[in-house]
Design a protein around this ligand. Structure first.
Ligand SMILES: Nc1ncnc2c1ncn2[C@@H]1O[C@H](COP(=O)(O)OP(=O)(O)O)[C@@H](O)[C@H]1O
Ligand SMILES: [Mg+2]
Ligand SMILES: [Zn+2]
Length: 355
């Protein structure tokens, strides 16, 4: 029988597809057990929402099956989300990654993406929070059908708990219904800072922040006051929407916020009667922009009645119709985001250790 060392050596041949580094160096092989002629290995992924889960598991299995002395191979897959933020000197100590969702225009589906991506990450096994920081239209409580405002205990605010245990805090909880509010940048920033430091988030793998649309004073201050892992930009494919999305993108670049990637929402329409796929707008425009700028394209979401109806009913499509094409689209995007966040975490760890 091979020794543990020999097995680990063999597993150096398996390369993580995103990082281009072998899984042993990445610390993903946690446990190797050899019992009689059975080899048991624990593979620890950097996120439960790993798009390469099966691919990696199979590669590990295939390597071990090559050993003629081994009759049985067992690969246990676990996941532990890596932090992209330096945890120790941070005001929100247990939040490992903070992902902002932004857009140029309002109404392009920013909140819909934030919520469904959050649910998909939570469903994969990650602990997730959503911070609704859209001062112009804090719609998250409505999309998630949250009626009770958060409560407070021991000078801490307890977030509301939504589907799949997601923790939610919204600037809307502070506002009276339908009342227009004028927010100045510094006021917004202070409120959000309090949301980050005074809300009992507990340990979170991902905190998703629904930012206000655009590049106004408030958005700018917000982007600067939240210690972000990076930002996801949502756009519809029309030229006009995309042009404004590019302005937002450039603002984040100037602020040195990592661009995780872009999502194309309302990409195409599938006729519910005959299944005909209509590319009403210009499907593919966002992807083309991403390719031109060297940004990751995170995926496309169809324009679909089940997304709007379920959103309006307070039951997002990932919950209401988990097997639908729309839910699948959000899931793919969530996994793509999680994978990019793992890469950012890895790179930041490398630089901070090198420094
Ligand atoms: N892919 C989609 N298909 C159908 N309706 C959508 C889709 N994305 C968003 N919507 C609907 O469009 C409206 C605006 O979406 P929302 O997420 O609130 O936008 P934003 O947060 O960017 O202002 C909502 O009624 C929502 O249900
Ligand atoms: Mg919104
Ligand atoms: Zn039709």
């Amino acid at each position: 029988m091979p020794t543990e060392k020999e097995i680990i050596q063999m597993l150096r041949g398996v390369i993580d597809p995103e990082l281009g580094v072998d899984i042993v160096s990445l610390g993903m092989i946690k446990d190797v057990k050899i019992e009689n002629s059975t080899v048991r290995v624990t593979l620890e992924l950097t996120t439960p929402a790993c798009p390469f889960r099966n691919q990696l598991k199979e590669k590990v299995e295939n390597v071990l099956k090559r050993l003629t002395e081994v009759s049985e191979v067992k690969v246990d897959v676990v996941a532990r989300v890596a932090p992209s933020r330096i945890i120790k000197d941070n005001p929100i100590p247990y939040v490992k990654n903070i992902i902002a969702i932004a857009s140029g225009k309002g109404g392009v589906g920013k909140s819909t993406v934030a919520v469904n991506v959050g649910l998909a990450l939570s469903e994969s096994g990650a602990s997730v929070g959503i911070l609704d920081a859209d001062i112009y239209g804090p719609t998250i409580p409505k999309i998630l059908n949250i009626e009770i405002s958060p409560t407070s205990a021991d000078n801490k605010i307890l977030p509301a708990i939504a589907y799949k245990g997601i923790k939610v805090m919204s600037i809307g909880f502070l506002l009276q219904d339908e009342e227009p509010v004028i927010w100045r940048g510094p006021l917004v920033a202070n409120t959000i800072k309090q949301f980050l430091s005074e809300v009992e988030w507990g340990e979170l793998d991902y905190l998703i922040v629904d930012l206000p649309p655009g590049t106004g004073d408030a958005s700018l201050t917000l982007a600067q006051s939240i210690p972000l892992t990076g930002v996801v930009i949502v756009s519809t494919p029309q030229d006009a929407a995309l042009r404004i999305a590019m302005k937002a993108l450039n603002m984040f670049r100037r602020l040195k916020v990592e661009i995780i990637g872009m999502v194309e929402n309302m990409s195409y329409f599938i006729c519910p009667n005959c299944g005909y796929v209509s590319e009403i707008f210009s499907r593919g425009n966002v992807k083309a922009v991403c390719e031109r700028l060297g940004i990751k394209f995170l995926g496309e979401v169809p324009l679909s009645p089940d997304i709007r109806i379920n959103g309006d009913l307070g039951k997002p499509v990932v919950i209401a119709a988990p097997k639908s094409g729309s839910a699948e689209a959000f899931r793919r995007i969530a996994y793509s985001i999680a994978s990019s966040v793992s890469v950012i975490a890895y790179k930041r760890k490398e630089t901070s250790m090198g420094a």
